[in-house]
Design a protein around this ligand. Structure first.
Ligand code: APR
Ligand code: PHB
Length: 389
């Protein structure tokens, strides 16, 4: 079997890359080790930067997002018992779109099927071969039958635990990591959101976030210790703790209800360099991880594949390697700025163990400065809505 680009992974990065390459007349095969339903069952943040919205429009898959998504002109920061609004539109002239990652993935899967581009689900033992040569190969098995795909390029869109990043030789790959000493306990509930916009709360008891999936489905998080387990948190305990971390109005008006999903996620910052080795390109979580505080994960996957699709399109249309030779440097430049913003917001909003009362006062002082300074609000807003691609 042969194709031009093998894409490993059918998450947002792999699927969006597949659509962008299809529009450029580049043939791909997507290999995914999980089932379609398993991939769609993942609960992930869905705050889309305008660049990501534009890419979904570019591949003709933005209709449901515009119909069902929630445009947000700002967000609220809660500290010292008070909420303060950061107006994205006033500070930057642009907004974000709240539209669950599951829905983005579903739209991309449907779009790929609609153009008849092949995806192999439940592909086992995906392995990369000869990536340092001009004739890379990918092998896998499906229903016990072994397969080999010869290709020009491999796009490693297989997330943090996939096989692509480890295929880069140890002596070449450099990694940078910060693991945070806490996690996020999140629940999904069929209840109306407590506010029209997201609320990020810094409280002495810990961080909290009020988000949403629609006008009838809410997503809430509270910072928790890494040694805690979901089963230690009844719904009632979760709601009580969340209310303690919010301002009085939110705490008194929040509509609670049974959780339909409850999970604890660790937080880390991670970047792997380079994002290209030979005929292998990394994109999305295979190359970098951000703490969800800045809602950057999905949007970095989008900007990576935007650059990569342009580079590969140029290779095939203009027979030029300039784009693919520049890809890693170009992608990493935007990645590091988003990693910095996510790190900054995580340090500003969370309670770190063994910190002094002075450290909490510094956080509150920075938040107080932020919400009263146009320059500071503009800086935060332009990072949150997304720096230019
Ligand atoms: N073989 C084939 N597919 C694999 C393998 C493998 N060995 N290992 C992982 N995969 C698949 C995963 O099952 C997943 O569907 O690769 C896909 C990677 O998708 P994501 O993890 O969603 O990563 P990405 O597409 O880069 O999207 C980043 O997803 O994890 C969130 O917060 C992150 O919002 C960000 C977004
Ligand atoms: C979410 O809705 O899951 C969400 C929103 C914003 C974040 C993180 C998660 O910063």
């Amino acid at each position: 079997m042969r194709t031009q680009v093998v894409i490993i992974g059918s998450g947002p990065a792999g699927l969006l890359l597949g659509q962008l390459l299809h529009r450029r007349g580049v043939d791909t095969i997507v290999l995914e080790n999980r089932s379609r339903d398993y991939v769609l069952g993942r609960i992930r943040a869905g705050v889309l930067e305008q660049g990501t919205v534009a890419l979904l429009d570019e591949v003709g898959l933005g209709a449901r997002m515009h119909r069902e998504g929630l445009p947000h002109d700002g967000t609220e920061l809660c500290f010292d018992g008070r909420r303060h609004r950061i107006d994205f539109k006033e500070q930057t002239g642009t907004t974000v779109m709240v539209y669950g990652q599951t829905e983005v993935t579903r739209d991309l899967m449907d779009g790929r099927a609609a153009v008849g581009a092949p995806t192999v689900y439940e592909a086992d033992g995906v392995a990369l071969h000869d990536i340092a040569t001009d004739h890379p190969r990918v092998t896998y098995s499906k229903d016990g039958v072994s397969h080999e795909i010869q290709c020009d390029f491999i796009a490693g869109c297989d997330g943090f635990h996939g096989p692509s990043r480890p295929a880069i030789p140890v002596g070449v790959l450099k990694t940078y990591e910060r693991v945070y000493p806490f996690g996020w306990l999140g629940i999904l509930s069929e209840t109306p959101p407590v506010s029209d916009e997201l609320i990020y709360a810094n409280h002495e008891r810990g961080f909290a976030l009020c988000s949403m999936r629609s006008k009838t489905r809410s997503r809430y998080y509270i910072q928790c210790r890494l040694d805690e387990k979901e089963e230690e948190w009844s719904d009632g305990r979760f709601w009580d703790e969340l209310k303690r971390r919010l301002d009085e109005k939110a705490a008194s008006t929040i509509v609670t209800g049974p959780s339909i999903e409850k999970s604890i996620a660790p937080l880390r910052s991670f970047v792997a360099e380079p994002m290209r080795f030979g005929r292998l390109f990394l994109a999305g979580d295979s190359a970098h991880i951000v703490p969800p505080t800045g809602a950057k994960g999905l949007n970095l996957a989008a900007s990576d594949v935007h650059y990569l699709a342009n580079a590969l399109g140029e290779y095939y249309s203009a027979k030029s390697s300039a784009g693919i030779d520049h890809y890693s440097q170009q992608a990493l430049s935007r990645v590091w700025k988003a990693v910095r913003f996510s790190w900054w917001m995580t340090n500003l909003m969370h309670r770190f163990p063994n910190t002094e009362p002075f450290d909490y006062k510094m956080q509150v002082a920075e938040l107080d400065y932020l919400v009263h300074s146009k320059a500071a609000m503009t800086s935060m807003a332009e990072n949150y809505v997304g720096l230019p691609f």
